[in-house]
Write a protein that binds this ligand. Sequence first.
Ligand SMILES: Cc1cc2nc3c(=O)[nH]c(=O)nc-3n(C[C@H](O)[C@H](O)[C@H](O)COP(=O)(O)O)c2cc1C
Length: 350
Amino acid sequence: MRNEQIYVVRIGGGERLTRLLQTALEGTASQSISIDALGQGLRDAAILFAVGVDALGVSEEFLRLLRLLRQNNGCLRGSIAGIVVDGESELYSKSAAQELALAANMAGCTFLGKSLVEGTGSLYNQHILAQRMNRSWEDTYFLRAKELVQRLLTHQPKKFDAPKLLMLHASDHRLSNTVWLGRELVRRLPESFAAQEISLQNGTIQDCRGCSYAACLHYAENNTCFYGGTIPEEVLPAIRSCDALLLLCPNYNDSVSANMMALFNRMTNLLVQQELLDKYLFSVVVSGYSGSDLVARQLLGTLCFNKTVTLPGNFCMLETAHDPGAAQQLQGIGDRLDAFAAHMVDILQK
Ligand SMILES: Cc1cc2nc3c(=O)[nH]c(=O)nc-3n(C[C@H](O)[C@H](O)[C@H](O)COP(=O)(O)O)c2cc1C
């Protein structure tokens, strides 16, 4: 289904955001929508969130939007969105985008890979792409927003007869709550799914060395990386060929674990050759005490905004369980697993 028009939700911002929107929406049918109308429900639509963040951070209106999205379960089901955040300083723009994306995603909204266009106050964050495009920083920023609008309007969700699902984890599989939940999900999927599980503990994972772009590309063209080993030999080829990822992420100090983060850092080796826009991300996050939303934000920021993977609505199952085996004892866990597995089938299968 091709969307005929784009709904624009604007919060704050000054004349730079106004000019950006003029460029981005030129020649496109668009309609402004208030945050209250959004909270009442906007289904199966293409949405652009355009947010101004001043030097002190997010506004009260922005917080009201978050609360409306969290309050109105499913209000954006079937919709697809992108975010433009225009910052006044060098701070707070990215955290605002991540928080908004998680709230909208939990309200059912899909985010395409690379669906954040961010302008820091100085626009220095555009400088590398601007150099490549031989444009000014501002032109580059505005054109990225225009390209995002076009992608939102023309996006066709991909479906598969026999979806290839890659489940990745870095936990001790005998004791882990996340691994138990992940395997329970896979067990509930139809036989037509081809599921593969890889443990990042099978080899020693070293973090990205930060080679130059040219060196990274050189290694990637030879299907390897400076360090070699499990990541370029096993994990990256499996990511390249899968249709969807299922990442099992315990909360380690309000972050994904070091092995998982090393994988994310080393995914650049894959991205220098191909984007991952046609792949979906699902995840299970488990905290021992609290903070699963922080890990979910990290996942969407890293994998969707940076690493180009598409985030289906409600991409993440968030649970709290500390001791080994505790996830199995959670009240209602069987029903939540059933519902999440059914949701994965709904997203992926024809
Ligand atoms: C190194 C480490 C750091 C942790 N940090 C946090 C934390 O910051 N917040 C939290 O709620 N739980 C924290 N936990 C607890 C785990 O998230 C929790 O035990 C979870 O069930 C682990 O998932 P797993 O059983 O799949 O390994 C931490 C656990 C470890 C081992």
